[in-house]
Design a protein around this ligand. Structure first.
Ligand code: HEC
Length: 265
């Protein structure tokens, strides 16, 4: 009897083992994490940023557009209607923007927003590399503005120190070190959720850029980064100071842990 069972079950378990091994145990990082209003606001800001950056003469402009196009793609994959037409168009437009930026064709992007409806639809993204080839240009966004980071919204300068540093990494470190008081909690309650969702999208992208060595470890840190960012966003939206403190601490740990294994390697 046992022998018969093994004979029946073995081919099945072998097949599922092989299927698992083939994709390296890699599950998709995409899920409908963005509330409707956050999705609308974040995509609008992203489109504007691509248009503005295309007019700049900064030497990092191409990198910035490529990164922003990747983030726009991540938003579209994280929306409630990720398979719908408008999200698919957005992905097609973002792909074209990344290619144009790499070729230095910035003029094509001055009216990027208007070009979206005429783009080719992209239903699925199996490989994220055509959108973004490396992690490093994206990670730069977290630095202080003076060091080439993207800076933070003035509403998030709840300490003088943060106004001076003006960076996401510095903000996360402040949020993780001390619970917000009621006044500051109110001050950040509109912008912190948006920033949390933005970092969640970056976490999901990071997941897709795992190096060959220790890929599973990398992906696990990225998923923690994504999920704690969502928790940060939701805590901020509901003005939950304890939740913000906890999520910011766990989020910062995911950054530090991944860096300790993978940075400068
Ligand atoms: C899954 C791994 C991973 C996670 C999670 C991660 N990072 Fe990174 N980060 C890296 C790697 C790898 C580099 C180095 C890139 C390189 O130099 O090639 C890096 C570089 C950086 C840099 C330096 C960029 C530069 O060019 O000077 C900053 C700043 C940074 N990360 C901030 C963060 C913050 C903040 C978080 C969390 C919110 C975070 N990272 C989460 C992997 C990760």
């Amino acid at each position: 009897m046992r022998r018969i069972l093994i004979a029946i079950l073995l081919p099945f378990s072998l097949a599922s083992f092989l299927a698992g091994a083939q994709d390296g145990g890699k599950a998709s990082p995409w899920k409908p994490l963005l509330p409707e209003d956050a999705y609308t606001e974040l995509t609008a800001r992203s489109i504007k940023l691509i248009e503005e950056t295309s007019k700049s003469t900064d030497k990092s402009a191409a990198d910035r557009i490529e990164v922003e196009a990747a983030i726009l793609t991540a938003y579209s994959l994280s929306s409630k209607d990720a398979q719908g037409k408008s999200a698919s168009l957005l992905r097609g437009a973002a792909r074209k923007a990344a290619e144009a930026a790499r070729k230095g064709k910035f003029k094509d992007l001055a009216e990027f927003g208007k070009s979206i409806p005429a783009s080719a639809e992209v239903k699925e993204v199996k490989d994220f590399k055509p959108y973004l080839s490396a992690t490093e240009p994206m990670m730069k966004m977290f630095l202080s503005k003076a060091k080439g980071g993207e800076g933070i919204h003035p509403d998030l300068h709840y300490q003088v120190k943060l106004k001076n540093l003006n960076g996401i990494e510095a903000l996360l470190s402040s949020l993780a070190s001390k619970k917000l008081n009621d006044e500051n909690l109110a001050k950040v309650s509109k912008e912190l959720p948006l920033l949390g969702y933005r970092i969640a999208a970056v976490g999901a992208i990071t997941h897709e850029l795992a190096p060959a060595k220790d890929a599973d470890k990398w992906r696990a840190y990225s998923i923690t980064m994504r999920d704690e960012s969502i928790r940060l966003a939701e805590s901020a939206a509901t003005k939950n100071a304890d939740g913000i403190l906890k999520a910011a601490t766990a989020l910062e740990n995911s950054c530090i842990e991944c860096h300790s294994v993978f940075k400068n390697r």
